[in-house]
Design a protein around this ligand. Structure first.
Ligand SMILES: Cc1cc2nc3c(=O)[nH]c(=O)nc-3n(C[C@H](O)[C@H](O)[C@H](O)COP(=O)(O)O)c2cc1C
Length: 205
């Protein structure tokens, strides 16, 4: 385990919207002292066998490995919405985590999820819930966004109690607005706070 505890922000993003959210969540995590954000992504998958992706992508975060997950103090899982569900590359990576599940490696660690869609009612909540399921199987403690974050009642775009979200528009050119940015930041901050608290509780148990 690295000396400083970290929140793993593990996401897949094709057009950059989920990545922009991941970076805001990271800013929220790093607004706390004593914990850092570790941004990681997963390679795309394809129904046909193509060349294996380089270990270090041309841009953005590097690819996650199981140790990134094993040693994290908290986890934020991000995916674009695909037909109301998480994207296959992220699911593919999660399906490689049986070894961690068997050993109970992630039990009692806090986790959250975030997503981006092209349309307002395009399935953000169902996607977030689809991401929650494997986290519960791993024994993680799911933290959404509480309504004490006032932007939740004010937003006309993304932001749900199940986790932060963003409406990127049909051309994927709509940047995060102020409410979406604030909610993603708050989600990172809350996750970092819970990660530190639960880690300390585990050490004192
Ligand atoms: C195969 C596929 C399925 C999609 N399904 C949905 C959907 O169910 N609802 C929606 O609003 N957008 C859907 N989208 C659009 C993406 O969710 C949206 O463009 C998202 O912001 C992309 O995130 P990214 O920029 O991180 O890749 C879909 C896109 C693809 C490629």
């Amino acid at each position: 385990m690295s000396a400083q505890p970290y929140v793993l922000i593990l996401y897949y993003s094709r057009q950059g919207a989920t990545r922009a959210m991941a970076e805001r969540i990271a800013a929220g995590v790093e607004s706390l002292r004593g914990i850092e954000a570790r941004l990681r992504t997963v390679p795309p998958v394809s129904p046909t066998c193509e060349a294996v992706d380089p270990e270090i992508p041309a841009e953005g975060a590097i690819h996650a490995d199981l140790d990134d997950l094993r040693n994290c103090a908290g986890l934020a899982l991000g995916s674009p919405t695909r037909f109301g569900n998480m994207a296959a590359p992220l699911k593919y990576f999660i399906d490689t985590t049986s070894e961690l599940w068997l050993g109970g490696a992630l039990v009692d660690r806090p986790a959250t999820a975030f997503t981006s869609t092209s349309s307002l009612h395009g399935g953000q909540e169902t996607t977030l819930i689809s991401m929650l399921l494997p986290l519960l199987h791993h024994g993680m403690v799911y933290a959404g966004l509480p309504y004490s974050e006032v932007e939740l009642t004010r937003t006309q775009s993304g932001g749900t109690p199940y986790g932060a979200s963003h409406v990127a528009g049909t051309r994927s050119d709509r940047p995060l607005d102020d409410h979406e940015r604030q909610l993603a930041f708050a989600q990172g901050q809350r996750l970092a706070r819970l990660a530190l608290t639960l880690q300390q509780a585990g050490e004192n148990a």
